[in-house]
Write a protein that binds this ligand. Structure first.
Ligand SMILES: [Zn+2]
Length: 119
């Protein structure tokens, strides 16, 4: 199977949310190195907390997107996956999937999701 450079959108946002939690903890951990300076500790703790809160918001956003995504059975791996927008990737095998019959069989192109191509 050829390597596909695009990933399922929901999975991609989820990865971002996970990274944000990780960054938040790293920033908060960084506060330890500035424990002599209370102001810096407060700043680092606040930034870390903001990153973690941001991640929670992103997770909430994923929940919202999931309700708008269309659940389909992937023709490639047979698993249930969610399609967001006109074209998206299977969450499990990255098979390009489309909801638009006009695009079936065409080479996957991220541009199909842009507003310009939607007349
Ligand atoms: Zn699949």
């Amino acid at each position: 199977m050829a390597t596909k450079k695009y990933k399922n959108k929901i999975n991609r946002i989820r990865t971002f949310a996970l990274a944000l939690i990780f960054i938040g903890f790293v920033i908060m951990y960084g506060a330890i190195f500035f424990r002599e300076n209370h102001l810096l500790v407060i700043i680092f703790m606040t930034l870390g907390l903001l990153a973690i809160i941001g991640s929670t918001v992103v997770y909430g956003f994923i929940g919202l997107l999931s309700t708008r995504a269309v659940q389909v059975v992937c023709p490639n791996c047979g698993k249930h996956t969610k399609v967001l927008g006109r074209v998206d990737m299977c969450m499990y095998c990255n098979e390009p999937l489309t909801l638009d019959p006009a695009l079936v069989g065409k080479e996957f192109n991220q541009a199909y999701n842009s507003k310009k191509s939607q007349q």
